[in-house]
Design a binder for this molecule. Sequence first.
Ligand SMILES: [Zn+2]
Length: 344
Amino acid sequence: MECYAGILWTPDGPIEGYVGVSGGIIVERGEGRPPSEPVATGFIAPGVVNCHTHLGDAGFDPGGKHTLEGLVAPPDGLKHWYLSTVDPGVQAARMAAYWADMQESGFSAAVDFREGGAEGCETLKKTVPGAIALGRPRSSDFDGEEVSRLLDVADGIGLSGLGDVPYPYAETLSDECRRRGKAFALHLSEAVREDVEAALSLEPDFVVHMSSATKGDIARCADAGVPIVVCPRSNAYFGLEPPVADMLSEGAHVALGTDNAMLSDGSLRGEVSALAALLAKQGRDPSESLAVAFEGWKKILYDKRKIGGRIGDKADFTVFPSGKGTLPLDAMRGKDRIRIRGTG
Ligand SMILES: [Zn+2]
């Protein structure tokens, strides 16, 4: 048995403890001192879900500085030019490479907003089998056949925004997702404030960003029990800042995502560090970023994925080495990590 010891993340917060792994399976886990000499010590973080990605634009270098509208807004944003012109084989290889790096950084899975209709979701599922694909239809008007084909492949629908499609179309998509037992989510109030009531009437499973939302909008999401996924580094690229302190003080459920692959290295450490810095700036305890990263995703996914570390589970955790007594967040700021993943 290989033993890993140090500060262990648990749903109730960090504890001093250890994890024993044999043949890629967690065979022991406990509090206090490890039963044998550990092979590595540090902050032991469970594998977590990256709650918002766009893997399709991995490897695309947009060059220079762009506005949100100019870079990502459909249909004319620069990234949509890339998506419609890139060689599919090249794109798949770039997505797979990015996915491998993202998993190596400490993520186990990702909830991806996928462009390109049913075909886009098919490519995603083939290339990165662990991804949860939230696709979007290509037609500008509701096409029952297209939506049905999309939902045969996708795990749900992730709309680019409220203004993306006519509102009745968005309502029909939300209804279809519910009827088929699929997820429905959307970007909301990223660069400009949008109508939170209109968004909540669509009964989304979660919303992404809320960087331009008011405290009142955030309170409405909290009341409605709709989680908010924040992507601090992507927002920073566009000069935006998600009001995470307000989200936490309003009792909203907050989860973490890395957003566009072309703008982010998709690393767990990078996004947690950015969130920690943001929380400190907004007057909160930076270590609250850990609960957002390690617990937030659980309200986004309902399929009880075996991620983390119960005895008998496949090992899936990351050790961020640290000196004795170092806090988890400090360990995550270091350079090294040891990723432990059981295979088979
Ligand atoms: Zn996004």
